[in-house]
Structure formats: structure tokens, C-alpha cells
Design a protein around this ligand. Structure first.
Ligand code: FCB
Length: 432
């Protein structure tokens, strides 16, 4: 794996803090996390890892780790605080970050949207409003103009499925709406935003453009027809909702009533250069119980150990889903990058060390699984660990440490964990 890209990933709201610095506007996550009862102990990203001020130290850590690339996200409310007007100070922050990365020999991969919608855009309907896609395209054009000369890889939207399911469907994430199936227009509009952004980025001279879609192997709880139908419905919502329109230019199968007009599908299926996959775990699905408004029931995967978040640890699920993607999409699947994979564990900082052997085991097993997928013919070109730093894990607040680097949130002191040292050696060995 000599040309293979090794990377780490983060996102703006989860690490930057400095939420009023440099003219940044309010985001939906500022609003949501300030609403009582929405996040663990009312925690917010107001300070997070203070990466906005400490990015030189964080880039130095990445350099020590030896990664080729860093996947970060740009906070839309720093660039267009009201969702329209350009804020040059916001561009300035990313300009400094990108220059620091380039000077360290680390290729930037920029995500345009990792869930922090400008509140002003949300106030006009957010992703329920088709016009948000056009606004997003303007924002993408601004970023291309500013950074296409230095940013090698671009991802318009991170995990749009989670915005639709958790943000608008179930209300567990910002903006906190529980519309169930009435949330589906947010999928259509995000898809349109993706396609329009691909066009805007390409017109602005951007290099490689892809996705960061999350995928889960769907395991039917048994083989009764109603269970298999439930599993197909869940697969449609979680996996196919964004992959089918982007890769095939069709409305997703198994989602009756969700039809995207042909002229929009043409925009959405604009060719991309890579397909970024975020993988965490498989999902077991049962037939819906009486009275369930959803067409499926989430089941337990108790036969596998779990992370601190309760996610089952199934390394082979990565191979399974990559092989499935290849089978489902064939030649329509461009080269794949794993844009996120990682886990949170209970761990302590003792005498300046964090012995996170479970994370080392997790990463090592997932990399073996990735190699098995490559061996089975899937063209995977890179792997980004989620995450460089312990950070603000959305509704879970600071209770789920995912970092290769421990962060003491009271002092902002960074301490590389054992997994950091393990990965550094692993990358060096692969390079030979
Ligand atoms: C992914 C998100 C990322 C982080 C990880 C744990 O779904 O993209 O921001 O929360 O999960």
C-alpha cells in the first residue's frame, strides 16, 4: 500500500470552538446545543478543542503522526455568517490552516458541510427549503475560488443521511425536528446541493471531488418476508438514499413515493472522482412492531463487543460493505476512500499516557478488513481515522473520546495516546 493515502479526520463544530471569533455567524449546532435537554449535560462546542487558536500545534501533531492528508470541515457560518454575505476573516482562518498543512507536507481534504448550517439559512427552512441548495452552491464557489490552488480533495457534504434521519427525522441532532418521513425533502435538497456544489467546485478549478457518505451493512434479524422487507427499507434509507442518485442517477430503490425529478437527477449524478465512505458498524433490522410509525425495528447486535457508544465492533463489516458497494454499483463506483472509521472507549490519562489498546485493536482489525476488500478487487485508495483529537461528539457532548490524541478540555493540553504511536509506526512500516 505504498501510494495509499493515510489520513485523520475532524469537523469544524467538533473541534474549533471560538464560535464568535472572526465574525462567525451562529450555526444550528450553537442553537441546538444551547437548548436544554438536547446534549449530554447541556455541553456545547463553544470551546471544544480551541483548534481555531491552536491549529499550529494540531498540524504539528499530524506531522509527527506522519499522515499524508487531513480531512477537516469548513464552517459555513464563518464564511457566510448570514448564509449570503462573504466574511473575509472566516476565509482567513482556513487560509492559514491550509498554508500550515501544505508547509507540513499534508494534503488538505476539505469538507464543505459537516452539519453546522448557518442559523439564518435554517430560519428560512434549512434543508427543507430547496433554495438552500442554491445557497450552498454559492458557498462552494467562494471556497473553490479561495482554495482550489491548494486543496487537493473536496467533499461537499458529510453524511447527509444523518442530517435527514437524526436532524429532521428523529430530532436527535440539530435542527431537532422530528418529522419522520416528512423529512425526505431534506434528502432531495441535500442531494441537489451536492450536485450543484460539484459543478461549482469543478468550474472553480477544484481537484478531486467526492463524498463522505456513511454506510452500514444491514443484517436482517431473520428471514421472514416481513423482516427482509424491513431490512430493504432500512437499507434504502441509510445506504441507497444518497448512493443511488449520486452514482446511478436514479431515485433510490425500495423507497416508495420518493421520486426525484429527472432534471435534478442529472445534476445530482454529476460524475465524481472518488467515493468517500464513513464506516462505524453494521445494523440489525427486524420487522416493525404493531403501531411503529417506521417500517422497521432496530435490533441488537449482542454477539459482538461494543464501543463506549454502544456500537458493535465488527471489523469484517467494512469488507462486507465495500464488496457490496462494488457489487451494487460496478463500474459506476469510482475509487473509494474510507473518509471516517474509529471508535470511542473508556480510557484514562495516567502519568501522561493513555493506554488505549482497544483502539489499537479496533484500527488494526479494520485495516485487515480493508486489505481483504482490496484483495477482493475493491479499489480503495486511502483511510482516514476518526478522529485526530477527542472532541465534541454531538448529542453525546464530551463523553465519547474518539481521538488518537487525548484532550484535557480544562487546560487544552494534548497527549498522544498509545494508538497514536501505534499508527505512526504502522504508517511508517507500510511506506517501507
Ligand atoms: C460520524 C460523524 C462524525 C463523528 C463520528 C463519530 O457519523 O460524521 O462527526 O460524530 O460519527
Amino acid at each position: 500500500m505504498t501510494d495509499f493515502v493515510w489520513g485523520v479526520a475532524t469537523s469544524a463544530y467538533q473541534i474549533e470552538g471560538a464560535v464568535t471569533a472572526g465574525g462567525r455567524g451562529r450555526s444550528t449546532w450553537d442553537t441546538f446545543s444551547a437548548t436544554p435537554g438536547k446534549t449530554r449535560s447541556g455541553e456545547t462546542g463553544a470551546q471544544a478543542c480551541d483548534h481555531y487558536h491552536r491549529y499550529p500545534e494540531d498540524v504539528a501533531l499530524m506531522r509527527e503522526l506522519g499522515v499524508d492528508s487531513y480531512r477537516f470541515s469548513v464552517a459555513w457560518p464563518r464564511i457566510q455568517p448570514d448564509g449570503r454575505t462573504l466574511n473575509r476573516a472566516g476565509l482567513g482562518f482556513y487560509d492559514r490552516l491550509i498554508d500550515t498543512l501544505c508547509a507540513a507536507g499534508i494534503a488538505p481534504m476539505a469538507t464543505l458541510y459537516h452539519w453546522d448550517t448557518p442559523q439564518a439559512v435554517e430560519d428560512e427552512g434549512g434543508w427543507l427549503n430547496r433554495d438552500t441548495a442554491a445557497r450552498f452552491a454559492d458557498y462552494a464557489a467562494v471556497l473553490a475560488e479561495a482554495f482550489a490552488d491548494r486543496v487537493a480533495m473536496w467533499v461537499p457534504l458529510n453524511e447527509p443521511a444523518m442530517i435527514t434521519l437524526l436532524g429532521y427525522g428523529l430530532g436527535q441532532h440539530a435542527p431537532g425536528q422530528a418529522l419522520l418521513f416528512d423529512a425526505l425533502p431534506t434528502a432531495h435538497h441535500q442531494l441537489l446541493a451536492h450536485g450543484l456544489a460539484v459543478r461549482a467546485l469543478r468550474a472553480g478549478g477544484a481537484g478531486l471531488i467526492g463524498t463522505a457518505n456513511n454506510h452500514t451493512p444491514v443484517w436482517a434479524a431473520d428471514d421472514r418476508p416481513e423482516t427482509l422487507a424491513a431490512a430493504a427499507a432500512y437499507d434504502a434509507l441509510h445506504n441507497r438514499l444518497f448512493a443511488d442518485p449520486i452514482l446511478l442517477g436514479t431515485s433510490p430503490a425500495h423507497l416508495p413515493g420518493f421520486e426525484i425529478p429527472a432534471e435534478d437527477l442529472r445534476i445530482i449524478s454529476e460524475p465524481i472522482d472518488f467515493y468517500g465512505v464513513n464506516y462505524y458498524n453494521p445494523t440489525r433490522i427486524g420487522a416493525p412492531a404493531e403501531g411503529n410509525p417506521l417500517p422497521f425495528e432496530l435490533g441488537e447486535i449482542a454477539e459482538h463487543p461494543a464501543t463506549l457508544m454502544g456500537s458493535p465492533i465488527v471489523p469484517d463489516g467494512l469488507r462486507e460493505l465495500l464488496v457490496q458497494l462494488r457489487e451494487s454499483y460496478g463500474e459506476a463506483l469510482p475509487p473509494v476512500y474510507i473518509t471516517e472509521n474509529g471508535a470511542s472507549f473508556a480510557e484514562d490519562l495516567i502519568d501522561g499516557q493513555v493506554h488505549d489498546q482497544p483502539r489499537i485493536d479496533f484500527l488494526s482489525a479494520h485495516l485487515d478488513s480493508l486489505r481483504a476488500a482490496i484483495g477482493a478487487g475493491v479499489d480503495v485508495r486511502g483511510y482516514y481515522v476518526w478522529s485526530l483529537l477527542d472532541n465534541f461528539e454531538w448529542a453525546e457532548g464530551y463523553g465519547q473520546p474518539f481521538g488518537l490524541v487525548h484532550v484535557d478540555f480544562a487546560t487544552q493540553r494534548r497527549t498522544p495516546k498509545d494508538s497514536f504511536h501505534w499508527l505512526r509506526e504502522h504508517i511508517a512500516k507500510q511506506r517501507g
